[in-house]
Design a protein around this ligand. Sequence first.
Ligand code: ADP
Ligand code: MG
Ligand code: MG
Length: 254
Amino acid sequence: MTKFEIRGVRADVLIGAEERQEILKGVDLTINSGETHAIMGPNGSGKSTLAYAIAGHPRYEITDGEVLLDGENVLEMSVDERARAGLFLAMQYPVEVPGVSMSNFLRSSVTAVRGEAPKLRTFSKELQEAMGNLSIDSSFASRGVNEGFSGGEKKRHEILQLELLKPRMAILDETDSGLDVDALKVVSAGINRARESGEVGVMLITHYTRILNYVQADHVHVFAGGRIAASGGPELADTLESEGYERFAKAAAK
Ligand code: ADP
Ligand code: MG
Ligand code: MG
């Protein structure tokens, strides 16, 4: 079993050469493999900052606390080492790489993470199966990486990577944004498969409660004012749906 721990994390966003602003003000969260945790919060509450800070994005600096994957200090690892250790961060992947086909890109990613190139034929089979699971057209494999992808295709691609890379911990930021209902269902089913494998922990960052109609979440956390303001089960999402974030945002501002 894998345990992913965020302990007392504070982080600044670096705005210019001189300017910085503290966004994360002490985040504590533990996610075990086989669990999906939804992080929900209003725009600007710092959800993406949490994801970027853990990913090691240069514009964000963790000033206090620690992030551990099975006791190993993630923050001391290079971005590549984080991936090899089994941390999957959807947004760390290239936005657009013209001239490199999806199948080549995915095989390189799998090779980098596993430390060994999968046999071409085995990989093609794996890829086709994963694409089938996500209702991705077979022509997708020969297209350039993210070249001219629609919002929905980019999100399916993220989940395709999740299926192929088989990480221990996955952080998905706004996986549901810009998806129509059909794409939302397909993407959600992929996230549920990851959970059911029991081998991956999922941190699902989202602004909208609607994805929780499809994704099975074990825990729901409300993010407000740079920290987790409330935690509960899936019923907390229903409270958010009816009451909104305001109450939590006000309490966090005190
Ligand atoms: P969320 O994902 O919850 O919408 P973000 O983490 O994107 O929130 O943003 C949190 C706060 O940090 C916001 O006030 C945002 O304006 C600020 N912020 C984030 N990134 C930057 C940046 N690169 N430059 C300046 N401000 C930023
Ligand atoms: Mg935002
Ligand atoms: Mg965000």
